[in-house]
Design a protein around this ligand. Structure first.
Ligand code: FES
Length: 176
């Protein structure tokens, strides 16, 4: 007949098992953080060209914000209905680099203009909501861009460049 022992009180050995299990759980919690962190691209990866997501929710109508993608400034302009209407009304024949407003925005997201913030003349960074056409003004040599980032006056030969981007939802875009 085999004798079985029951121990109503936790023995020292039980306590050791419990203590070891607790340390194991804490250790797992600490190792999880660096793992999750590694899943986000680090600064050098982003600078090298990883896509970035931008939450549009905080950008009010009429506001322009600048984010950085591939070490370049990207202007995101939340245009008001009046600004969209004004931009759509521009005659193509009056443009140096003819492009319609629709060609410079995404269907269904007309208020949003996303352009690379580098002057197409010699690469200065234009100033938002300045100049004769309400878009950007480049102070280096006097280029004026309109509400769709189209060159209207000055030495810049072409419109501000549109980066590759897509809408992930009505309030979020991915650039790159
Ligand atoms: S670099 Fe902008 S006008 Fe020359």
């Amino acid at each position: 007949m085999t004798a079985t022992t029951t121990s109503p009180e936790p023995t020292r050995r039980d306590f050791l098992y419990i203590a070891t299990a607790a340390v194991g759980a804490v250790g797992a919690a600490f190792t999880l953080v660096p793992l999750i962190d590694q899943m986000n691209p680090d600064a050098s990866t982003v600078a090298a060209g990883a896509p970035i997501e931008v939450d549009l929710e905080p950008i009010a109508p009429g506001q322009v914000v600048t984010v950085t993608w591939r070490s370049k400034p990207i202007f995101i302009f939340h245009r008001t209905p009046e600004e969209v209407a004004q931009s759509k009304a521009v005659k193509l024949s009056s443009l140096i680099d003819p492009e319609t407003d629709a060609e410079r925005t995404k269907p269904g997201h007309e208020p949003w203009l996303v352009v690379i913030g580098i002057c197409t003349h010699l690469g200065c960074i234009p100033i938002a909501q300045q100049g004769d056409y309400g878009g950007w003004f480049c102070p280096c040599h006097g280029s004026h861009y309109d509400l769709a980032g189209r060159i209207r006056k000055g030495p810049a030969p072409t419109n501000l460049v549109i980066p590759p981007y897509e809408f992930l939802s009505d309030t979020k875009i991915q650039i790159g």
